[in-house]
Design a protein around this ligand. Structure first.
Ligand code: SF4
Length: 447
């Protein structure tokens, strides 16, 4: 490697917020000469952008660090330098402990302070940054984002005040914070100028966006403004909380063409007893009512959800209520997990933990039901003509891949020149994870 060019490898764990943060870290370091590479062995700087949502997350990071220590030693024997940074929620939760247990780590940066990485690398700041400097973070993020895909994530909201009894996010990402509307609109405009056709607005509680704003805007109002940007064809948002699903946002689903017919609205359990124990702040009836209202505005909307089975105290009857809720709602897709204890959360300290074997059995039953619903939803598309935004090449020669309005992956044989464009596809086949189709030759390609 010559001159001031350096190589950075970022390993991203967990959620879309982390994918966005990794992209931003790469953007922040690009002006310092860092180009991204695909493997740690070739990198001058390795960043582990960690997630704390699963059990033993910290242990997995330490085992990765053990492998990186060997790499770093091998590079040192060749007279080369490799620096290692741990970012994300494990960095936030463990703080200085990481460098004590793994001295191989050069820098520790929390999810709200990674904007300080350039200063840290230049030796202008200490090796640890884990405070909740959200305003400073968004101010310093690279304004010129590299848009190499027609789709982009834009973080609009960070943090959470809900304190669900199973979750560490309020402790690792801090209180709810909304980015100013003008900053978001400018970022989206810049992305569209670089060829982006679809943005996904991100937040831990994205529909709490604007909760503290002086102009009274909520997420629905923000979406209405974004929808006026020429050439922005599609808008999505994730992840929402039922408590923040207001009328304006629900109405937006019936009124804004660019707002895609897809709603990820976690419920976690179908039992009111468990929802209360989880401190979710809503009942199953409230959730069902929200879904009914959204479907009244947008009948074809695809509903996606999150479920946790085996929260402490969950009985067979509680679990049956979850299965019934899934049957009643009908999910197009869902994420489901076994409850795992997160240190410091109320659920972790409870004595009525559900045995692992019971959690595993329940998860299997729930996933079988959810998988069947997903396949059924995908099958229902066969014979339809749907607009697909193509964003990459497929796995086979001459194949391209894109997303339907319902966020399904769609594969067709077609020219790479369609990547970045929306074209109509006749859906001819479906599996649980993707659809296949044929380009509608008659159809108008919209861009
Ligand atoms: S709403 Fe609950 S699950 Fe979601 S981030 Fe906040 S505390 Fe965690």
């Amino acid at each position: 490697m010559s001159g001031s060019k350096k190589r950075i490898f970022i390993k991203t764990f967990g959620c879309q917020m982390n994918v966005y943060d990794s992209e931003q870290m790469a953007n922040l370091l690009r002006p310092m000469g860092y180009d991204e590479v695909d493997e740690a062995a070739a990198a001058d700087l390795v960043v582990l952008n960690t997630c704390h949502i699963r059990e033993k997350a910290a242990e997995k990071v330490y085992s990765d660090l053990g492998r990186l220590r060997q790499l770093k030693e091998t590079r040192a024997e060749k007279g080369e330098t490799m620096q290692i940074a741990v970012a994300g929620c494990v960095a936030q939760a463990e703080g200085a402990e990481i460098r004590r247990r793994a001295p191989v780590v050069d820098f520790v940066v929390g999810p709200q302070s990674y904007q300080r990485l350039p200063q840290m690398l230049k030796g202008e700041a200490g090796p640890l940054a884990t405070d909740f400097a959200v305003d400073e973070k968004f101010e310093r993020l690279a304004k010129k984002r590299a848009a190499n895909s027609p789709t982009a994530f834009v973080t609009v909201q960070e943090g959470c005040d809900k304190f669900c009894a199973f979750c560490v996010v309020p402790y690792t990402r801090g209180a709810e914070h909304s980015r100013p509307a003008d900053e978001i609109i400018n970022e989206v405009r810049a992305l569209v100028r670089h060829g982006v056709r679809e943005v996904t607005l991100l937040g831990q509680n994205v529909n709490a966006w604007g909760a503290n704003s002086e102009d009274g805007w909520g997420l629905g109002a923000l979406i209405r403004h974004l929808a006026q940007i020429d050439d922005l064809s599609r808008i999505r948002y994730t992840t929402s909380h039922p408590r923040d699903m207001d009328e304006d946002l629900i109405n937006a689903h019936g009124e804004i063409e660019a707002l895609m017919p897809y709603l990820h609205l976690p419920v976690q359990s179908g039992s009111d007893t468990v929802l209360k124990a989880m401190n979710r702040g809503h009942s199953m009836a409230m959730y069902q009512k929200l879904i009914d209202k959204v479907r009244a505005k947008r009948p074809d909307i695809a509903i996606s959800g999150d479920f946790i089975v085996g929260f402490p105290g969950e009985t067979d009857a509680d679990f049956e209520a979850t299965l019934q809720a899934v049957r009643d709602i009908g999910y197009a897709s869902a994420y489901s997990f076994k409850y795992s204890r997160r240190p410091g959360t109320p659920g972790a300290g409870r004595e009525d933990q559900v045995p692992e074997t019971v959690k595993s059995e329940r998860l299997q039953v729930l996933q079988a039901l959810l998988n069947a619903q997903q396949l059924e939803f995908n099958n229902s598309q066969i014979g339809n003509t749907v607009p697909v935004l193509f964003d990459k090449k497929g796995r086979h020669d001459g194949q391209i891949c894109g997303r339907s309005p319902y966020l399904q992956s769609v594969y067709v044989q077609g020219p790479a020149s369609l990547i970045g464009k929306i074209a109509s596809v006749n859906i001819s086949g479906a599996g649980r994870n993707a659809l296949n189709g044929v380009l509608d030759q008659e159809a108008f390609v919209t861009a």
